[in-house]
Design a protein around this ligand. Structure first.
Ligand code: XIL
Length: 395
């Protein structure tokens, strides 16, 4: 991520020499992690990254000027309870994604109350909100191994799983046909650690239906809404570390298999959940991955971007600068790829982020992963995204 090896290396060598005196490997590892963060903080402090921008133009306009879309995920409950939040979505975004309302069951939303019923109340509210705010609406997600209702495990079997998959997609995609621009048809189906040669994750869908469940899901979605952009969505594809490299390779092979069998897949969704302490982003390798995906004739969306804070310092100004650096370094490489069409952040304001519950700071301080702070003020991460849009080539 930070391509100034001589500065970072000198700090790291200095730091590692200090570590030499540390006792156990575990302590050294923990201290090394801390050292990496400290070296990153020191590097940032030593380099003038002001994240300066010109003007006050909102992200949606900066994106549109380059033929890109910018949007964010949200929950019905937050938008309904907080009118000032709703205003921010209308101001900054041209895309809205439901964080809960189009999953089988998430948070307070239960799209699938029983094996034979659908409750579209929350999703309809979100689509109507999007239309009222002139926002494009994208659907997330049809087939996933998580956020399944309590009846799923005791009801779905090898004998009926295919029927449940087909009925769910036909009913949900059909209900919104023409009003949803793109769908995450299948989410997170790759997990190399599950040990399969094809890298597929051992999910109920795979175990009950077989590997063709992915092709089937896309074919049913395409029939149910021929106009929707159909996306395969996954995470841990971003960094130059072995687990991400293995996942990139497995995802690429999956996309190649699907394209070779004529599956109606149109795009790859890269979730973009970054880690502020992680410095191993290799822009050249990531650009190559994006180019390999694009060479299959696929578009690319960054679908859930945010930056977690594991190990970052307590001082929120230092944190903001590190996270802004993560946003800008990732996006400046990503948006150079012409096949990339959209950036979605997984929330817009720090007041409403899943990371508060899922990845809280060990010191209890509020997390700050998104472009707007808890009072809807633009942060350096907002500047970083704005700069990336401003510097991106026109599509
Ligand atoms: C998360 C939501 O943010 C949580 O509120 C919910 O409880 C679980 O799902 N990858 C995805 C998203 O594709 O659907 C997940 O969203 C975050 C990780």
């Amino acid at each position: 991520m930070f391509q100034r090896p001589w500065t970072r290396r000198r700090i790291l060598v200095l730091g590692l020499n200090t570590l030499a005196g540390v006792g156990t490997a575990v302590a050294a590892k923990a201290a090394y992690r801390h050292q990496k963060v400290q070296s990153q903080v020191q590097w940032l402090a030593s380099v003038d990254r002001s994240f300066a921008i010109e003007g006050n133009t909102a992200l949606r306009e900066r994106a549109a000027a380059k033929g890109l879309l910018y949007g964010a995920a949200a929950r019905r409950g937050d938008l309904e309870a907080d009118p000032s939040l709703a205003i921010q979505y209308g101001r900054e975004c041209n895309v809205l994604v439901p964080e809960w309302e189009l999953k089988w069951s998430a948070g307070s939303s239960l799209l699938r109350p029983t094996p034979s019923s659908f409750n579209f109340t929350d999703a309809d509210w979100m689509v109507n909100f999007a239309q009222a705010q002139d926002l494009i609406f994208r659907g997330h997600t049809l087939i996933w191994h998580l956020c399944l209702p309590s009846w799923f495990e005791t009801t779905v079997t090898r004998n009926n799983a295919e029927q449940f998959l087909v009925q769910h997609i036909k009913t949900v995609v059909g209900h919104f046909a023409g009003r949803i621009s793109s769908w995450d048809v299948v989410n997170e189906a790759i997990e190399p650690n599950d040990g399969r040669a094809d890298g597929l994750r051992n999910t109920p869908w795979l175990n009950f239906i077989g590997e063709d469940y992915i092709d089937l899901a896309f074919r049913v979605a395409a029939i149910s809404d021929p106009k929707a952009l159909l996306v395969y969505n996954d995470y841990d594809l971003e960094y130059d570390i072995p687990s991400h490299e293995a996942k990139r390779s497995a995802v690429l092979k999956l996309l190649e298999r699907l394209k070779s069998k004529g599956t109606p897949i149109h795009a790859l969704g890269i979730q973009g959940h970054l880690a502020g302490h992680e410095t191993r982003f290799n822009a050249q390798k990531f650009r190559k991955f994006l180019a390999d995906v694009a060479s299959l004739g696929l578009k690319i969306l960054i679908t859930e971007m945010d930056v977690s804070e594991e190990g970052l310092p307590a001082d929120f100004q230092e944190r903001d600068r590190i996270m802004a650096g993560a946003y800008e370094d990732f996006l400046s490489a990503t948006l150079d790829e012409q096949a990339v069409t959209a950036l979605i952040t997984w929330g817009l304001s720090d007041r409403y982020t899943w990371l508060t519950d899922f990845y809280p700071r060990s010191d209890g301080a509020a997390v700050r992963p998104l472009p707007l702070d808890e009072n809807f003020q633009r942060k350096l991460s907002w500047n970083a995204i704005a700069r990336a849009f401003d510097q991106a080539p026109v599509r």
